[in-house]
Write a protein that binds this ligand. Sequence first.
Ligand SMILES: CC(C)(COP(=O)(O)OP(=O)(O)OC[C@H]1O[C@@H](n2cnc3c(N)ncnc32)[C@H](O)[C@@H]1OP(=O)(O)O)[C@@H](O)C(=O)NCCC(=O)NCCS
Length: 173
Amino acid sequence: MSERESAVRMEPLAMRHAPEVQRYVSDPAIPAMMDNIPQPYPPDGAADYIRSNMRRQTEGKVWTYAAMVGSDLVGVCSIRLEDEDVPVLGYWIGKPFWGRGYGSAAAKLGLKRFFSETDFRLVWSASHARNPASIRILEKCGFQRIEAEKSAFRSGQEPSVYFKLERDWFAAA
Ligand SMILES: CC(C)(COP(=O)(O)OP(=O)(O)OC[C@H]1O[C@@H](n2cnc3c(N)ncnc32)[C@H](O)[C@@H]1OP(=O)(O)O)[C@@H](O)C(=O)NCCC(=O)NCCS
């Protein structure tokens, strides 16, 4: 990891993170690339999201981590179970922090914790085709591209690239 990447540490997402989540996700640049975030973002969107996330976390349906640099939240990495209990990775970094390696660090560290806390052997992800930074992050984590029709899930209307990661590929990346 680069020096900047290694500045990032992960902690479970909690209600104290709501103001920063609200601020960064309200920037249309984040929902533009993530089909599961409403746009415009509602005024109480972060508090609602964190509350339901914490509930789903106790049910073993989602693992969501705040990416922290010092005492500041810079982004979020989340792995959620979709239909048929397929783990799907998603992440975002607040726009003021783009281009510092934090997205790479958040995805790697989030996956590391997920694999250490669960027995899942496979994680899926997707990226809009027009999102080269996200595609690069997935490749750096060891994800391999798959054909859309072989994917266990689909994202929204945007042309997307689909990926899967095996536990062993992550360890070798
Ligand atoms: C995608 C996102 C997480 C990237 O965060 P970031 O902190 O800027 O990412 P990094 O600094 O770790 O850079 C990731 C890689 O992409 C590369 N990259 C960045 N912009 C690029 C571009 N336009 N073309 C090609 N590569 C690009 C970087 O060089 C880096 O690769 P490297 O380490 O080999 O140099 C951030 O832009 C974001 O939150 N976007 C909105 C939400 C989103 O797209 N989420 C992902 C979908 S689940």
